[in-house]
Design a protein around this ligand. Structure first.
Ligand code: SF4
Length: 273
């Protein structure tokens, strides 16, 4: 039987995202094995039995040209949909927030998402005006639906470093979120504040110690994010710094991949204002 990226990720790889294969996540490694014919033994944590069992299957599908260059987002969305398929929409408001309603006789969960709302139904996830969310954004929401616990935010903030099992993501957070924001907004505190307000951020600088700016975002009802900014010398950008903080309950609502997606999405929204 052929192995898709999701099969390999869900059934074969350890899913610890340790990065020792040279890729930041097990999903990224799985994608390279399936689409670029990378040998399975590149993951040092697989047993010899697992390699000798699955490598011949991979060799056969590579020879048949199956799934090479496949779009990873399509696979990830199929897997996330499968994961969320057994959920009852009526159970979701108690866990992840939002409100259950009916549109054209069909049950829909209306879920606040950044400044707007999204509509979640059996047919898929759409924006309030009927537009379709991007594939990765749908994967993110489906994973939140599958994982989301019912605990509400406590107001105790943690940096990514303080959240367990995030070591492999610290560099990505710096490279893809904190550094681009620092480069863009060092010396431009007012522009960062304007960008943050324009996407629904609430200025909490006055209640936050030792920062030049602090903004509270509420991308999802159970998932707040805090952006902290120090402007260094304010002119050359020397010493400027940006950090994201998360409520201590975040891992009950999002897995680490989803935390990274959310952080990069927030950074992109700010950078593209
Ligand atoms: S080495 Fe790569 S594939 Fe193996 S567990 Fe670590 S991140 Fe996953």
């Amino acid at each position: 039987m052929a192995l898709s990226v999701v099969d390999l990720y869900a059934r074969v790889l350890p899913r610890t995202n340790c990065g020792e294969c040279g890729f930041p996540t097990c999903m990224a490694f799985a994608s390279m094995v399936v689409s670029k014919k990378l040998p399975l033994k590149g993951c040092p944590h697989l047993s010899a039995e697992a390699v000798s069992r699955y490598q011949p299957e991979l060799d056969a599908q590579h020879a048949a040209g199956k799934w090479t260059q496949r779009d990873l987002s399509a696979d990830a969305l199929a897997w996330a949909r499968e994961r969320a398929a057994s959920m009852n929409l009526a159970d979701l408001p108690a866990r992840i927030g939002g409100e259950l309603t009916e549109v054209d006789g069909r049950p829909i969960l209306v879920l606040p998402y950044f400044q707007g709302v999204i509509h979640i139904g059996r047919e898929g996830i759409r924006t309030a005006d009927g537009g379709e969310l991007g594939r990765w954004e749908q994967v993110f929401i489906l994973n939140h639906m599958a994982q989301g616990g019912s605990r509400r935010p406590t107001g105790r903030w943690k940096s990514l470093q303080e959240i367990p099992n995030t070591v492999s993501k610290i560099k990505s957070m710096h490279a893809h979120v904190e550094e681009p924001l620092r480069e863009r907004f060092a010396g431009h505190k007012g522009e960062l504040a304007a960008a943050a307000r324009s996407i629904g951020g609430v200025d909490v600088t006055a209640e936050t110690e030792s920062v030049d700016l602090a903004f509270h975002f509420q991308p999802l009802p159970r998932v707040p994010v805090m952006l902290l900014f120090w402007d260094g010398d304010g002119g050359s950008g020397f010493g400027a710094e940006v950090k994201l903080s998360f409520d201590e309950t975040i891992t009950e609502h999002l897995d680490i991949e989803s935390i990274m997606f959310l952080s990069e999405h927030l950074a992109n929204l700010l950078l593209n204002r």
